[in-house]
Each structure stands twice: as C-alpha cells, then as structure tokens.
Design a protein around this ligand. Structure first.
Ligand SMILES: [Zn+2]
Ligand SMILES: [Zn+2]
Length: 364
C-alpha cells in the first residue's frame, strides 16, 4: 500500500510502500482514504517546526484532515458499515491519570502535552491508501457531503471557538444577540469561520492583506461577508468604518494585526486567536494600552486549538447547513485537487484557497 510520509531526520517527503493495515481489535474500522486536506500545519512539519514520528520509527505518514470510506468493521462496531463515509478526529489522549482533560474525553484541552496527533505528533496520519482507526474516533458523514467533508477538520476550529465564545458570553447577565464580527485572514480556516459566524447570526466582515480583486475576497463576498484589505484600510480607519465589533476571529497567525485589531473590539467583546504564529517576528506593543483595553472594557482574549467530539459532529451538521444556505460556495473553497505524489509541492503551492490530495481520482 502507498503512503505519503516525511522521513527523519532529513524531512524529505516520500511515497513509501508500507504494509497493508489490519484490524487488531473488534472496535476498529478499516478505511479507504478518499481525500486529505493540506494546511499550514503540514507546511510547519516540512519546515521542521512540528512533526514527530511514532516511537522507534524513521518516518511519519502525513495528513490530518481526512475523508474516507469504510471498508471493513470489527465485530463490536455499531453504526458503521462498509461504504459509509467517515471523518476521523486528529488528537488522541495522553496516558497520564492526572490529566483532567484527557480523562474527561477532552484531549483538545490536554495539560501534559503528551497527547498524540495523527499525521502531526507521534502517530501516523491518513495520507495512505487505507488506514485503521478505532470507531470511537470516526464520525459518519452523510453521502451528500462527499465533495466537502474533507473540510470538517478545519471547520471544527470555528465550532470549538464559537462554543467557547458562548460559554464566555454567558457571563453577561442578559441574552447577548450575535452582533458584528470581524474575521482576520481569508484562508480556509477564516472562510469556514465566516460561514460559521454568519450561521450563528453575526454580521461578518473579513479583514485580510491582499487588495481586491482576489479569489479569497470573492469567496467571502459570495456568502455576504464584505472583504477589506489591510493594505488599503488601516485598523483606525476600519474602526471608523465598522463602528466597533463584538467578536474578532483571528485566523492569520500574525501577531501584529491580531493585537492591533483590539482597537476595533467593543466593550465586553471577545478576541479569538486560532492562528499558529510561524514567523517569530518581534512585536512592538503598547502594553499598558492593551491592558487598559482589556480591563476597562471587560474584553476577553483567548486562544483555541484542536477540537472535541461534539465539535466534529457540529461541523458535519454545519457543512450540510452551509450547502443549503449557499449552494456551491462550500465546494468552491476547494480550489485544487492533486495526486498523493505531489504532497510536498502542494504544501508550497501559492494561490487558491484549499488544496486537497485526492486518492480517488488519481490513485485507483
Ligand atoms: Zn490542518
Ligand atoms: Zn492529557
């Protein structure tokens, strides 16, 4: 069986011939990989910022955003049968008895850092013809989502963020109506965040680097979220134009624009960080001003990573809702499909919105 892997320590990406995976327990499921999404995390793995092989091995099979089709189920598996579409979760709990998060089924909040992540940290990913996974980590996707369900994992970032947002805003002693939201960035996580925020009732504006016209701006405006370029409109001017927003959803990993955007956040507003910073550029920050904005306006900033069981279920339901609300627009976020052998090239690809590795079109 073919698998796309990164070799250690060379960090070279290769297509390997690996043994066919088999069921080892009655709760496992064998899955045929259909599609694997490529994202900034893969880029970070190739650059050496992330990525570790399973213990004792010299390579890591890549791929953490996946859609597959069930081939075979163990004797104790319920609710899944051959032919069903499935999306796997990424993170697996750490082994420590003292980790409250993992022991409560929430490895996304793991406190020890000893979790594993398929395709990222200590466990092989899904970029292989087939893989085996415990049924507990698989989510059934409706057949109608065949063309978009590979976007489930990046959408779970927004689902978890919105879930945390609603917990935080329950601090306010009145029913908070959605109001205005600003999305920083226009990549796939941002675009899916736009849809999730709009679905939740927010009036959404996108603020990103490239001036219009460009395909990311077109994608957000196609679902009704105006796009403003940070090269053309300063944060101060944005504040005047929008008059302040209730939620900022950051999906760039660029710390300067993230902290600057606090100027646009209303009293009691919430800034959600989802981008992982990569450039390590020094940041000049008016610390007292930031502290003042937080304290004197009851503003909250929080970071969020990975997602839980319920976020995957919610994301799959939302993909169906998005398709009904904006026909063709979710599909349009996947701008290119490539064969598995091009993984390394795809990671470096410029342009487009979401790039996906397709096993169906190319490998069979
Ligand atoms: Zn990803
Ligand atoms: Zn843990």
């Amino acid at each position: 069986m073919k698998a796309v892997a990164i070799m250690f320590p060379s960090r070279e990406v290769r297509v390997l011939d690996v043994p066919e995976p088999r069921l080892h327990s009655p709760t496992q499921v064998k899955v045929r990989t259909l599609e694997v999404g490529v994202c900034g995390t893969d880029q970070d793995i190739l650059k050496g910022h992330h990525g570790t092989a399973p213990k004792g091995e010299d390579h890591l099979v890549l791929g953490h955003e996946c859609l597959g089709e069930v081939m075979e189920v163990g004797a104790h598996v319920q609710g899944l049968k051959p032919g069903d579409l499935v999306v796997p979760r990424v993170r697996r709990p750490c082994p420590h008895t003292h980790c409250p998060a993992c022991r409560h089924g929430h490895p996304d909040f793991c406190v020890t850092g000893d979790y594993t992540e398929r395709g990222i940290k200590g466990a092989h990913g899904f970029c292989s013809e087939h893989f085996v996974e415990d049924a507990a980590y698989l989510h059934k996707a409706d057949d109608s989502l065949r063309g978009v369900a590979v976007l489930t994992e990046p959408l779970t970032i927004a689902e978890k963020g919105l879930r945390e947002l609603s917990h935080i805003q329950s601090r306010l002693p009145w029913k908070v109506s959605p109001g205005k939201a600003l999305v920083l960035g226009a990549g796939p996580v941002a675009q899916l965040g736009v849809m999730a925020l709009m679905r939740a009732g927010f009036d959404v504006t996108v603020y990103s680097r490239s001036p219009k016209p460009n395909e990311k701006a077109a994608a957000s405006e196609a679902v009704g979220a105006p796009y403003i370029s940070s090269k053309e409109v300063t944060v101060e001017a944005l504040r005047k134009q929008l008059g302040g927003v209730d939620v900022i959803y950051e999906a760039t990993g660029a710390s300067k624009v993230a902290f600057d955007s606090l100027q646009v956040l209303e009293e009691n507003g919430v800034l959600i960080f989802t981008g992982v910073p990569g450039r390590e550029e020094p940041l000049e920050l008016q610390g007292d001003q930031v502290l003042g904005q937080l304290v004197l306006g009851n503003r909250v900033m929080f970071g969020t990573v990975n997602a839980a069981d319920s976020d995957f279920r919610e994301a799959l339901e939302d993909l169906a809702r998005f398709r009904a609300k904006w026909p063709g627009k979710v599909e349009a976020l996947i701008t290119q499909r490539h064969p598995p052998s091009e993984f390394a090239k795809v990671v470096e690809a410029k342009g487009g919105i979401k790039h996906v590795i397709s096993f169906q079109e190319h490998a069979r």
